[in-house]
Ligand binder design. Structure first.
Ligand code: GLY
Length: 326
């Protein structure tokens, strides 16, 4: 009788172990069989940035590395007067940069009001990864950069100095709609592992008051990522994005079931429907991505476009916009 009981117990154990192995194998297969198509999206038509980010993603790199590389390409682009070296200065003639990153774990790092350091996106990442803090400002951020071997250089190029000197003649401080094909660069990526990260870097408003910080380095405003849902990033007049916490709003709307396109449209509607909004005089644009790799965008005015890398192809797409009648 004891022998029978022992053999039954043994048979029970063997049966359940085999069953567990089979389930585990099925699980592994499910993960292996779900092939994710990586996607990178970036504000405006910055070819160098999207190419650099695409290169990382194509080679199996992480979404975080991709958006950092993409933003770095633009920070180093001397011809771009809204990001990194060559950015237009504040009203006193100082170029000050703002940037932030978010990774798939929901970590966030930012730097604001940084002078003489071009690659503020990498500095923001360093704040996120190597300090117990989320934001470093001004001199403290610069000191942190120097300690970590970042190169110091004069960011005011001849072209930007000339533009500032021309502006000084009238010194009109009036943020206008950006109908040019460039502004802040914000990037979002979904990598082959299915992880989403985002980055945003800017020299801010041209001829801003010294000390002014816009939306770009502020979590939930210029950028927000939740790896369960998706990410969003903004460009345009930062004050309006800050006041509506636009990127966080978009991600939360996607969490509630809206598509990236619907969520971007709703975030723009929040701005234009505010009482006494003078939205005809400024531009705000959003791009967003969800976990399926679907992308959306919306702007107040015409002329906003964004770059997408997907299926080995880079495309520049003209965004839909709110103000159809002028
Ligand atoms: N969106 C950039 C800024 O307002 O600073």
């Amino acid at each position: 009788m004891r022998k029978i009981l022992f053999l039954s117990w043994l048979a029970f154990i063997v049966f359940h172990s085999c069953n567990k192995v089979t389930k585990k194998e099925n699980l592994t297969n499910e993960v292996v069989n779900t092939k994710i198509t990586p996607v990178v999206v970036g504000t405006w038509n910055f070819p160098k940035a999207i190419e650099a980010a695409a290169e990382v993603i194509k080679n199996g790199g992480s979404a975080l590395d991709a958006v950092e590389k993409g933003c770095r390409a633009e920070e180093a682009n001397i011809e771009n007067q809204t990001v990194g070296i060559g950015g237009l200065p504040d009203r006193d003639g100082s170029v000050t940069l703002d940037a932030c990153v978010m990774n798939e774990k929901g970590d966030y790092g930012a730097v604001v009001g940084v002078k003489n350091i071009k690659h503020v996106i990498s500095l923001a990442r360093k704040v996120m990864e190597d300090t117990p803090h989320a934001i470093l400002a001004g001199k403290g951020a610069e000191q942190f950069a120097i300690t970590n071997g970042f190169q110091q250089e004069d960011l005011l190029t001849e072209a930007s100095k000339k533009a500032w000197e021309e502006w000084k003649v009238k010194s009109e401080y009036k943020p206008i709609i950006n109908i040019e094909n460039h502004d802040t660069i914000g990037m979002l990526a979904l990598d082959a592992e299915g992880n989403i990260s985002g980055a945003c870097t800017t020299s801010g408003l041209a001829y801003k008051m010294a000390g002014r910080i816009g939306d770009s380095p502020i979590i939930g405003a210029g950028l927000y990522v939740d790896n369960e849902v998706g990410g969003a990033v903004a460009t345009g007049l930062g004050e309006e994005v800050l006041k509506t916490v636009g990127s966080f709003l978009i991600v939360e709307l996607m969490r509630q079931g809206k598509s990236p396109q619907e969520a971007c449209e709703e975030a723009i509607k929040r701005i234009v429907s505010k009482p006494n909004s003078n939205y005809k005089d400024f531009q705000v644009c959003y791009i967003a991505i969800n976990k399926k790799g679907e992308v959306g965008s919306y702007a107040i005015h015409e002329w906003f476009s964004y770059n997408v890398f997907k299926n080995e192809e880079i495309k520049n797409i003209k965004s839909d916009f709110y103000l159809k009648t002028k």
